[in-house]
Design a protein around this ligand. Structure first.
Ligand code: TXA
Ligand code: MG
Length: 321
């Protein structure tokens, strides 16, 4: 089992020795290693059982440091960096040689983010290398939003989990890059697209595609519980599955349903607040996945703001592509 603690010096020590440490961010917990050390990077892929074609995000604490490992910062992306970093935004830049092909899975662009979490920022401020950090979950499973989630799944693979409490955003970062002069969104996430469009105008959203070679992490089945996960109109799904005699759980935005007393049901936000719903989503999916039901029934969020990013995760959890 890993040690869970708040010792930044311990985390720094391990990372400097090429070991992996789980770190808190505002989006989800990351499984971090020295991005300039190929052996540390290889350990990340191994611990997560992640295919090597799926590139990693670099984490650092200043735009100055970013400039030391990218060739060019397009103006629109610099404006986004200035507006939203530290924050739940990942930007794609042409990489310098110093960043190995292992990190980018051979792609010319590298993904970079400055996370908004005091512990992560303090740690990153003390390091003279960036951290490569994917979400700290086995490949394809639900991302961790608490230290205990990391312990449950990767605790036997790492020595230390830096505890920063529950993640305040709860969805992975929004991934943004440029193609020619067009700003493109490759993954919807914790930063609302409407905020991005206020700075750079209309963006193109590609993240729905399930076979997008530019972002191989966007596979059809991802962020997925082990139990069958169905998304649709709960008013119809619930009677249908009661009729079938199935024992199921319900995940709704705000409504409560009349169910047998021992059927678990969670509301993501009683006031239908989508930021609160995002914060709760992965933790609730995990609890329901661990409960003694045969399947999970969920409903779509309003297709606006963070609701779009939540729906993207629900779609992938249900492997609807
Ligand atoms: O919020 C987050 O982004 C979290 C925290 C820990 O920062 N990290 C995260 O990493 O979600 P991960 O590895 O689970 O997802 C990163 C995804 C990859 O699956 C891939 O689709 C995309 O980022 N990505 C990374 N590098 C890329 C690149 N060079 N070009 C296109 N997409 C890239
Ligand atoms: Mg992930």
């Amino acid at each position: 089992m890993a040690v869970i603690g708040k010792d930044i010096a311990e985390a720094k020590q391990l990372l400097s020795e090429g070991e992996l440490v789980a770190i808190p961010t505002e989006t989800v917990y990351g499984l971090a290693g020295n991005a300039l050390n190929d052996q540390a990077v290889a350990k990340i892929f191994e611990a997560k059982n992640r295919p090597s074609f799926d590139p990693l995000i670099l984490h650092t604490d200043s735009l100055e440091k970013v400039k030391s490992f990218v060739r060019e910062i397009p103006q629109s992306l610099e404006e986004l960096a200035k507006a939203f970093w530290p924050g739940p935004l990942t930007l794609l830049f042409p990489k310098k040689e110093i960043i190995s092909d292992l990190v980018t899975a051979g792609l010319d662009r590298v993904a970079v983010r400055i996370p908004q979490h005091p512990i992560a920022l303090e740690l990153l401020g003390e390091l003279d290398f960036p951290l490569a950090a994917p979400s700290a979950n086995p490949f394809g499973y639900i991302s961790p939003t608490q230290a205990g989630h990391v312990q449950a799944q990767l605790g036997d693979k790492i020595q230390y989990i830096l505890d920063g409490g529950a993640c305040q955003v709860g969805l992975e970062s929004t991934i943004v890059g440029m193609e020619e002069d067009q700003v493109v969104i490759y993954r919807m996430g914790g930063l609302d697209l409407r905020e991005i469009e206020k700075i750079v105008g209309k963006v193109e959203v590609r993240s729905h595609s399930s076979s997008n070679p530019a972002a191989p992490g966007l596979l059809k089945s991802h962020y997925a519980p082990r139990k069958p996960f169905l998304v649709g109109d709960l008013e119809k799904l619930i009677p249908e599955y009661l009729e079938k005699g199935e024992r199921f759980a319900v995940l709704s935005l705000a409504r409560k349903f009349l169910l047998p007393a021992d059927f678990p049901q969670y509301q993501l936000s009683e006031s239908a607040d989508l930021a609160e719903a995002a914060r709760h989503l992965f933790g609730y999916m995990r609890s329901l996945d661990e409960s003694d039901v045969n399947l999970i029934l969920a409903e779509w969020m309003p297709e606006e703001g963070l609701g779009r990013a939540i729906n993207d995760r629900l779609r992938r959890a249900a492997a609807l592509g």
